[in-house]
Write a protein that binds this ligand. Sequence first.
Ligand code: FEO
Length: 392
Amino acid sequence: MKPRRIREGISWMGAVDWDRRLFDALIPLPDGTSYNAYLIQGSEKTALLDTVDPSMVDVLLAQLESVQNVDYIIAHHAEQDHSGALPHVLEKYRNAKVLTTPKGKGMLVDLLLIPEERSITVEDGETLSLGNKTLKFIYTPWVHWPETMVTYLQQDRILFSCDFFGSHLATTDLHVTDEARVYEAAKRYYAEIMMPFRTIIQKNLEKIKEHEIDLIAPSHGPIYDRPAFIIDAYRDWVSEDPKNVVVIPYISMHGSTERMVEYLVGALVEKGVTVCQFDLAVTDIGKLAIALVDAATIVIGTPTVHVGPHPNVFYAAYLANALRPKLKFASIIGSYGWGSKVIEQIAGLIPNLRVEILDPVLCKGFPREADFRALDNLAVTIAEKHKEHNLT
Ligand code: FEO
């Protein structure tokens, strides 16, 4: 795709990666992604904001073919999907300097072997004049690494936000046209890489609040011409208040745990609780992460395999612990054949979750009447706990 004009002197560049299905060899990308770079040509100087993934370097270089000079390359984030093409761009523009945070400079040296003398560090709040356009750099750590920053273009009131507010979405839309679709993609992205840093992101949102913003131009997905849409969504996601939602990741080998899950889901729904149920044998782990953004309670369902939980449950519990969602309650249900240590083992996997553990329900073999009564009690307890916390 050719560069696309956003405003006078400001162009979108970059690449749409329609076929990418996995990020960091971990995160599912069902809708592909884009690597957005932006070119700002002021009356005196020119800046390129970020680059692209190394796999798409030729796309960016073709877009830059008619650009005679670049004075600055703003590296908001050292991760390779934004900085991976930097060595090629620096090779093309021999006098260009990379502007980044002090942490970013070290990472560019370590990860991409960028010579130290090619980078200049900027302070939080520092400005850079391109002539008739002024860039202001704002440190926004942990969106998504510790070195990240964003750039505010003062005259045009555009926030270039890199991963912050981004959505993994391959599209030809320059601006958001379908907010519902972008909402899910952006929430998936937030859930998978930013949720653990919720309290720091609250502070980042406060920092950008003082700026009047007409456009948010992220480095993944389309540009927001209604910034309030994504800022409000982030405010909701990073808030400390979960919703009246139970997430049940589970797996079942012979149907016993599945029967317990089905029964518990029915009992919770009757009490007005929303439930998100995920069979870990087939689920997209990103969907589970999205559900964890809002959930107040997690109930992990597992059969017993060699005394412990099923390995897929280990993985999901480890992931939930790493993502540090704002859960308040947790419990475990499942079945066993002759003995089980699943409760102790799962509890040991989730130390980061500051949750109250509700009485687990384990049954021997297929669930019977007493087990269903125990599940009824668990549903009552969850519903009451949610009411006590005024969750809606
Ligand atoms: Fe889009 Fe953290 O990289």
